[in-house]
Design a protein around this ligand. Structure first.
Ligand code: PXL
Length: 277
């Protein structure tokens, strides 16, 4: 039977993040992708737009689950992103009731960046998110999310390997079987990630481009999901995702009209060719 991923995150109608990124990327990896929208927003809530609409879809979750159970619909992998606090118990229920044997659970605790929670998330959100992280086969936080989950101060730069590896151990201690922390940088011109499986740490770095683009965390996690479903190892998936984000950013640089996200679409042929290798 072919694999089928369920991804649970918001639809930001415009802005190249969450489902408008996950669906095309995982599909381009050759994997059937089902969606459960957690909310519908006119656009993302990050810097640039002056406001947004927000429609919460929590109440739909148990109704959709009930239908899926009647239809015997099940999934070989789950990938969760931007969700609200009240949805976490529903998501745990959905994972429990619709998982095929050995289903993969990838959790991006999408809630914060650059030292701050996203607009609309309260200070208690990381505590609730920990419950989802505890079930993750692969947990993919950025440095801000890692420090919020562990209740330790966020350090923007100047940290060392001990700091990063302690974060990994802490996240593993929450229950996640594997951890990928993104946005790790020890040298001014290099940016990358670390993977930890409870035993070994592995690092992968790319050139650091001097820009921060919205949605790159979602692009990264989507490639990890697609690559893992294609049988790649954790480090292969983590490094392909990093390279794909760099390609997407390079396609966007210099276009001042395109401030709201990264042009990942133009890098899809690169992704597909790397997956064939
Ligand atoms: O990329 C994470 C994300 C997802 N969805 C919405 C967001 C953000 C980040 O700001 O605003 C609606």
């Amino acid at each position: 039977m072919d694999k089928r991923v369920l991804t649970i995150q918001d639809i930001s109608c415009v802005g190249q993040c969450s489902l408008t990124v996950a669906l095309p990327i995982i599909s381009a990896c050759g994997i059937e992708t089902a969606i459960l929208p957690s909310s519908v927003l006119s656009n993302h809530t990050a810097k640039g737009y002056s406001g947004w609409t927000f429609c919460d879809l929590t109440d739909e979750m148990p109704k959709i689950l009930e239908r899926w159970q009647k239809e015997n619909i099940d999934f070989s992998a789950f990938y969760t992103g931007y969700v609200s606090k009240s949805q976490i118990p529903h998501i745990l229920d959905i994972m429990e009731k619709t998982a095929r044997p050995n289903a993969l659970k990838v959790v991006d605790p999408a809630m914060a960046d650059n030292g701050k929670l996203y607009a609309g998330f309260d200070d208690d959100f990381p505590n609730e998110m920990k419950k989802l992280c505890a079930k993750a086969d692969v947990l993919i936080p950025n440095l801000t999310e890692a420090s919020l989950l562990l209740g330790v101060p966020y350090v923007a730069s100047g940290y060392d390997k001990t700091y990063i590896e302690d974060l990994c151990r802490g996240l593993y201690g929450l229950g996640a079987k594997n951890v990928i922390i993104t946005g790790v940088s020890f040298e001014a011109d290099k940016l990358g990630c670390v993977t930890f499986n409870g035993k070994d740490f592995e690092y992968y770095f790319t050139q650091k481009l001097d820009v921060s683009m919205h949605g790159t965390g979602d692009i990264y996690a989507s490639v990890v999901v697609g690559a893992l479903c294609r049988g790649k190892s954790l480090l292969e998936a983590a490094s392909l995702a990093a390279d794909f984000v760099v390609e997407s950013i390079k396609n966007t640089l210099g276009d001042d009209d395109h401030w709201y996200g990264a042009k990942f679409e133009k890098a899809i042929p690169y992704l597909v060719s790397r997956l064939e290798k």
